[in-house]
Ligand binder design. Structure first.
Ligand code: CUA
Length: 334
């Protein structure tokens, strides 16, 4: 009874790993289903191989000793080498290839009758720059969040501004390296609207673990509306909408604007674009959830929350200044 319960508990623990925001075994798109299928085929195949090896091992213990002539020994050895050493691997690797090639092909940017949406994703130490060059009213730029249309293929053009990162949305498909000086393309599709987790999948420095990307697939109309809300003019109006924050804007322009852009106020590209920061679900690449006061908390503690991130400490500013800066940035919600 106790053993049964233990087995049940272990099974539940193992299966618990199959669901969740980052599980390849919980696919939400065709490319991810292909990856999951390859995974299950491999697991099944190698479980059979494992059981076979254990069975042979046990058989070798039990087997009665036979006297063989040298010629017979050679014959038996040759049979094992040809069967187990050549035929079995050739057969099994070819079988896996039959699953792998079409799966990989579907993630390539093959020509489509309708050209897909293109989203550019650029890795930085340690944040994500996301660009929409095809937006109807002109290019849209955001950071650390990726909104994509659901139910249609999207081509992700990925690259890096510094070291090697990797782009990976586990529930949508395979991962792809982000290399400085080169653009790699991966085609992914989300079946349904939903929120997916993504994470840099290549060690890229001390804060690699704090390089989360919020991914949300939405319907076509909602996607177009989201882009329209982020047109340069709309964002520039938003930045100067509240008169009470004129002091905060001055602080931003004299200090933060050296690295960050906010539409209408600055165009720097060293740090993340902040034009719609108030509407993002998290801060610092997943370090803090976005809530009231979170930006101020980040401004005061970012080197403790995310040590050695590239933003210099601004603790020399007084609390009132940081508070109004944080409060103003929170209003940047298209
Ligand atoms: Cu970027 Cu790891």
């Amino acid at each position: 009874r106790r053993v049964n319960r233990l087995i049940l508990l272990l099974t539940m623990l193992v299966l618990a790993g199959c669901a969740g925001d980052r599980s390849i075994l919980d696919p939400a798109g065709q490319a991810a289903r292909d990856v999951a299928l390859v995974w299950w085929v491999m697991l099944t195949f190698f479980t059979v191989v494992f059981i076979g090896v254990i069975a042979l091992w046990l058989y070798a213990f039990k087997r009665k000793h036979h006297e063989h002539t040298a010629a017979q020994e050679r014959k038996i050895a040759r049979r094992w080498i040809i069967g187990g050493g050549i035929l079995l691997p050739v057969f099994s690797v070819s079988a896996l290839l039959m699953f792998g090639i079409p799966a990989g092909k579907r993630m390539l940017p093959l020509p489509l009758s309708e050209p897909p949406e293109v989203i550019e994703v650029i890795g930085h130490q340690w944040w994500w720059e996301v660009r929409y060059p095809g937006a109807a009213g002109g290019e849209v730029v955001t950071s650390n969040q990726l909104i994509m249309p659901a139910g249609e293929p999207v081509d992700f053009h990925v690259t890096s501004a510094d070291v090697i990162h990797a782009f990976w949305i586990p529930r949508l498909g395979g991962k792809v390296d982000m290399l400085p000086g080169r653009v790699n393309v991966i085609r992914l599709e989300a079946d349904e609207p939903g929120i997916f987790d993504a994470q840099c999948a290549e060690f890229c420095g001390t804060q690699h673990a704090h390089m989360d990307l919020y991914v949300e697939a939405v319907g076509r109309e909602e996607f177009e509306a989201w882009l329209a809300d982020r047109q340069g003019e709309r964002l520039a109006e938003l930045a100067v909408a509240n008169d009470e924050f004129s002091q905060a804007r001055e602080t931003f322009v004299s200090t933060c604007a050296a690295c960050h852009s906010v539409a209408g106020l600055s165009t720097a590209t060293i740090g993340p674009d902040l034009s719609d920061i108030g509407a993002r679900p998290m801060l610092g690449g997943g370090v803090l959830p976005m809530e009231e006061g979170a930006i101020q908390y980040w401004l005061e503690n970012h080197q403790t929350l995310k040590p050695s991130n590239k933003m210099p400490s601004i603790n020399y500013m007084d609390t009132a200044t940081l508070e109004s800066l944080g409060a103003w940035l929170e209003t940047l919600t298209p």
